[in-house]
Design a protein around this ligand. Structure first.
Ligand SMILES: [Zn+2]
Length: 66
């Protein structure tokens, strides 16, 4: 299937059976990021972790344990 990178608008084709393709089909809200962009972003994230300004947000489960 063909996907468009949400950041640089590059069109790439990915394997129909790949994990990403399945995820995109099941949840169209998910946006696709090409390899270039995702590696660029992970580098930025790493840099931020190193500077200590980065806070990792975890999605917490909705139900509280009483
Ligand atoms: Zn891109």
């Amino acid at each position: 299937m063909r996907v468009k990178c949400v950041i640089c608008d590059k069109i790439e084709s990915i394997e129909d059976e790949s994990f990403i393709a399945k995820r995109l089909r099941n949840r169209p809200i998910h946006t696709y990021m090409c390899q270039d962009c995702s590696s660029r972003i992970s580098e930025k994230t790493k840099a931020r972790i190193e500077t200590g300004n980065f806070r990792l947000y975890r999605t917490q489960s909705e139900k509280d344990e009483w």
